[in-house]
Design a protein around this ligand. Structure first.
Ligand SMILES: Nc1nc2c(ncn2[C@@H]2O[C@H](COP(=O)(O)OP(=O)(O)O)[C@@H](O)[C@H]2O)c(=O)[nH]1
Ligand SMILES: [Mg+2]
Length: 187
């Protein structure tokens, strides 16, 4: 009897956390790979790796445990020729993080166009956390523009700010983003 109870306890312990899949997209240079690295380091305690100053070709994945969930992060390359691959991940995803370089007003329309084209394929209308990256160099026009852009979207959405320069400070940027994803994810 005692050994059966022990077995049940050990099986319960092995039960994995429910999984939540988050795709991280945005045009090339938006800061996705740096964001994912810091996310994995701060929340998942994965040692911070040096990010190669190179455009991501393909997908970088990380799996971390947070808030009772197993979070799978997919940082998907954002070059123009790779953007049509994003939609292939929609079906399996529960939430989207869309990174926009908040310092770059010149590429803002390109970022909107890529998002609009991508979202057209999203039948579930997944929630989107718009992460304004490089917030150490936040351009006020970009900030205002994105605030207005999200009001035109049908999906549940929010704007969060992130900078590799302040990610480790007292401001819980990454935790705030992870909490938002957990609260709004569609299963
Ligand atoms: N100032 C600043 N630069 C950043 C920040 N995050 C990323 N970068 C720079 O932005 C460039 C593109 O970053 P990367 O993560 O490769 O973008 P990706 O193509 O979207 O994956 C790199 O040169 C980074 O050093 C940030 O928070 N602040
Ligand atoms: Mg990248």
């Amino acid at each position: 009897m005692f050994s059966l109870a022990k077995e049940v306890v050990s099986l319960c312990k092995k039960k994995p956390n429910p999984s939540l899949k988050i795709m991280i997209v945005g045009i090339d240079g938006a800061g996705k790979t740096h964001f994912e690295e810091y996310f994995g380091s701060i929340i998942g305690h994965i040692p911070l790796q040096e990010v190669y100053e190179m455009t991501t070709i393909g997908v970088n994945t990380k799996v971390i445990q947070y808030g009772g969930f197993e979070l799978s992060l997919w940082d998907i390359g954002g070059t123009a020729s790779f953007r049509n691959v994003w939609k292939r991940y929609l079906n399996e995803s529960n939430c989207i993080i869309y990174c926009i370089d908040s310092s770059n007003e010149q590429r803002l329309n390109e970022a909107y166009d890529a998002f609009t084209e991508f979202k057209r394929s999203d039948n579930k209308d997944l929630p989107v956390c718009f992460v304004l990256t490089k917030s150490d160099q936040l351009h006020p026009t970009v900030d205002l523009s994105v605030k207005s852009f999200i009001t035109t979207q049908s999906c549940v959405s929010s704007i969060k700010y992130f900078s590799i320069k302040t990610a480790h400070n007292e401001i819980p940027q990454v935790e705030d983003i992870a909490d938002w994803c957990i609260q709004h994810a569609l299963f």
